[in-house]
Design a protein around this ligand. Structure first.
Ligand code: SF4
Ligand code: SF4
Ligand code: SF4
Length: 321
């Protein structure tokens, strides 16, 4: 991991010297076992950059806030797809962005690591040894088998070396995916429930949503300048919006179902929405279900930057014919 970090710092300094105005990468977080987005504008600041298995945030959304600048951004494989979608939808000008790809050995699930190490460990170094990460904590080596400690999205990852980037740092990472992982297992189990139990499951899940909108704010596919949930309803009493600001189960359903359909076919699968949710709502169940339905209806569209629902074709399946 040390080599990737050093290589990143070198490339960041070079790019900033060559006219890039903003380099977006990661710095060590203020809490243990996490990293935070780090915005570098001067070559002398690159020493703050890091890369390790806690660099989870997808940084692509931040480019939208700096779309007028020449930006370089660090991308893992799962972040990369979001760039193509935003370029295809004309939110981003690809010519202004330098993509700096990192070979990714997977990201560790922070909560599970802290459960092993205690709440406030001092992690001194991290080494990727293929099937495991070795963390040095107070001079002692602790091994974390990837199959047990990776984030769920990594267990099914087939793109851990990002393609089509402008600069690649470090050596190619070996595959991360666990061949025994089944991304649809939980979804099939829910689908097999009787309708009343399925409804009870979702009622319990959506009932605890606070509608803080963190899942929307972090999502690179939620790229509208004004979100539909904040738009005034035309012709209604001044200030009325499509859903009330109050937290209620019907409005929570409304929010989640509409958002799921708005990102359908455009979701990059980065799992950021689920990660940032303060009450642990399993949003990836919805995202994976929609991705599987789209794949079965339209074929695999993961590599198509426009996504299945953004193109028109006479050959589209149409069950109303
Ligand atoms: S999904 Fe793939 S690219 Fe993304 S963090 Fe996991 S292993 Fe890395
Ligand atoms: S982040 Fe969680 S609590 Fe907040 S709106 Fe999204 S699902 Fe609801
Ligand atoms: S819906 Fe979730 S997984 Fe999909 S792009 Fe948005 S944040 Fe990532």
């Amino acid at each position: 991991m040390k080599e990737i970090t050093e290589s990143l710092r070198r490339e960041a300094a070079r790019l900033l010297n060559e006219g890039v105005e903003l380099f977006i990468g990661y710095a060590a977080g203020t809490r243990p076992a996490c990293a935070r987005p780090f915005f570098v504008t001067k070559p002398e600041e690159v020493t703050g950059l890091v890369f390790d298995p806690f660099c989870v945030p997808n940084l692509v959304k931040y480019i939208l806030r700096h779309a007028d600048k020449k930006v370089a951004v660090v991308v893992k494989g799962c972040d990369r797809a979001a760039v193509d979608r935003l370029v295809a939808e004309r939110h981003l000008d690809r010519a202004r962005i330098t993509l700096v790809g990192v070979p990714c050995g997977g990201m560790l699930a922070r909560e599970r690591v802290l459960a092993e190490l205690g709440p406030n460990p001092r992690i001194e170094a991290v080494e990727d040894r293929g099937p495991s990460f070795v963390l040095r904590v107070r001079g002692e080596e602790r091994t974390f088998e990837k199959r047990k400690f990776l984030m769920e999205k990594c267990l099914g990852c087939t793109r851990n070396n990002p393609a089509g980037v402008d600069v690649m740092v470090g050596k190619e990472a070996p595959p991360v995916a666990d061949p025994e992982y089944d991304p649809l297992k939980e979804i099939r189990a829910i689908e097999a429930l009787p309708a009343a139990e399925r409804a009870a499951f979702w009622e319990k899940v959506f009932g605890r949503c606070l509608r803080c909108y963190a899942c929307r704010e972090v999502c690179p596919a939620c790229s509208c300048t004004e979100c539909t949930f904040e738009q005034a309803v035309p012709g209604w009493q001044q200030g009325a919006t499509w859903i009330s600001k109050a937290k209620s189960l019907p409005d929570n359903y409304h929010y989640h179902l509409i958002r799921a359909f708005h990102v359908a076919g455009r979701c990059a699968g980065c799992a950021e929405c689920e990660r940032v949710c303060p009450v642990g709502i399993p949003l990836m169940l919805l995202n994976r279900k929609l991705a599987a339905d789209i794949a079965s209806l339209f074929g695999e569209t993961e590599e198509d930057p426009c996504g299945a629902l953004c193109v028109y074709s006479l050959a589209d399946p149409d069950e109303f014919e």
